[in-house]
Design a protein around this ligand. Structure first.
Ligand SMILES: *Cc1c(COP(=O)(O)O)cnc(C)c1O
Length: 390
């Protein structure tokens, strides 16, 4: 029975050029990655500012192991919470303008925890249609009524909120600062106005905005001039490390400390990681030069890619999706580029909507101009070949 179930599901995945594989890399230097002894330029990571290899961040991690060791030894509710965790939470709260910050092992678990702890039967959970899988996962399992609004469509959101008007349940709207697969930004100011009008709370997941936009890299909400009720920041992208934090008011933080099961029943991440995060955020605060280099590289890429006969989504962020359409073309493109020393992974449904398989190209501050030219020339060559082959 088990064998039949598994083999049928696996067969389904293979049939649609949809099977997912993990390719092991043999180390990275921020700009390139080693795969099967071939050094390739990385255009698929989320280390937008190159901080995962920053000497000050690495030193902070290593130095603190003498004091704290390598493992936290328990949940923060038992023994895992150190003065290093406390300092980082305090620093994040002060920097981003919230009463409190609470650290989580990952963005995925932070989203699960917040949605699971806050939302009850009779409540309304209203999410942007393209919200991240970690939000959708929690929303689908929530006893609250779960609806989605068309991507970035404030009229549709308004209609959704209107329906909750005469209800006794609480309402929570969730969107992202910069969308992970499209690279576009949410109309945060309009959404904040709507949520205030309807007494709904707003939660913004700014996984891809923290570090790269706003003053000092404070993220999308700072750039839009809004203050959400709950802000999720993750540390695996521009911050260059791993982990996440939930920012909120004191009462909500007290509540989550009592009821967030992903916090209470999970080992806190190592204190050394916390020290690395502290150093990485200091680099972000004084990182205007990194953000300028990133913006410059994004501009170069968009200029060079504008003439390609493939749809480049209108994104001004580090995420530059090039739509291939079907899975087979997306995979062919990805393989073609890899053979030329360029690592660009194909992203296929269900991660993205059907028919929009794509290359999710990511630009970082560590890329050189020549890397970008190599990429756009290879894309051009592929398109010429593909066309003449038809
Ligand atoms: C990556 C991502 C997450 C998950 O964060 P992890 O720390 O990688 O678990 C959550 N939300 C969004 C929008 C993301 O892009």
């Amino acid at each position: 029975m088990w064998h039949t179930f598994l083999s049928e599901r696996l067969q389904q995945a293979r049939g649609q050029d949809a099977v997912r594989v993990r390719e092991a890399n043999g180390g990275a230097d921020g700009r390139t990655v080693l795969i099967n002894d071939q050094r390739v330029i990385n255009f698929s990571g989320n280390d937008y500012l190159g901080l995962s290899r920053h000497p000050a961040v690495i030193r902070a991690w290593c130095d603190s192991t003498a004091q704290f060791g390598v493992g936290s030894g328990g949940s923060g509710h038992v023994t895992g919470y150190t003065t290093a965790h406390q300092s980082l939470e305090q620093m994040l709260a002060d920097w981003l303008g919230f009463d409190r910050a609470i650290l989580f092992v990952s963005g995925f678990s932070a989203n699960q925890a917040v949605i699971t702890a806050l939302m009850q039967a009779g409540d309304h959970l209203i999410c942007d249609k393209l919200a991240h899988a970690s939000i959708m996962e929690a929303a689908m399992h929530s006893p609250a009524e779960f609806t989605r609004f068309h991507h970035n469509d404030t009229n549709h959101l308004s209609t959704r909120l209107h329906r909750t008007q005469h209800d006794s349940g609480k309402a929570l709207v969730i969107t992202e600062g910069i969308f992970s697969m499209d690279g576009d930004t949410a109309p945060l100011l309009e959404i904040r106005t709507l949520t205030r009008q309807h007494n709904s709370w707003l939660m913004v997941d700014d996984a891809h905005g923290i570090g790269v936009c706003g003053a000092e890299g404070k993220g999308s909400c700072d750039a839009a001039g809004i203050h959400p009720d709950i802000l999720i920041v993750t540390f695996g992208k521009a911050v260059g490390v791993s982990g996440a934090a939930v920012l909120c008011n004191a009462q909500t933080a007290d509540y989550l400390t009592q009821y967030a099961r992903h916090l209470i029943y999970s080992t806190t991440f190592p204190a050394a990681q916390t020290c690395a995060l502290y150093a990485a955020i200091q680099e972000i605060q004084r990182g205007d030069h990194l953000r300028e280099r990133l913006a410059d590289n994004i501009h170069t890429f968009r200029q060079q890619a504008a003439h390609l006969p493939l749809q480049l989504l209108p994104s001004s962020s580090a995420i530059q999706p090039l739509i291939a359409g079907d899975n087979a073309t997306a995979l062919a493109l990805s393989h073609y580029l890899q053979a030329r020393g360029l690592w660009v992974k194909a992203i296929r449904p269900p991660t993205v909507p059907p028919g929009t398989a794509r290359l999710r190209i990511t630009i970082t501050s560590a890329h050189q101009k020549a890397d970008i030219t190599l990429l756009t020339e290879a894309l051009d060559a592929f398109c010429c070949q593909y066309r003449s082959g038809e």
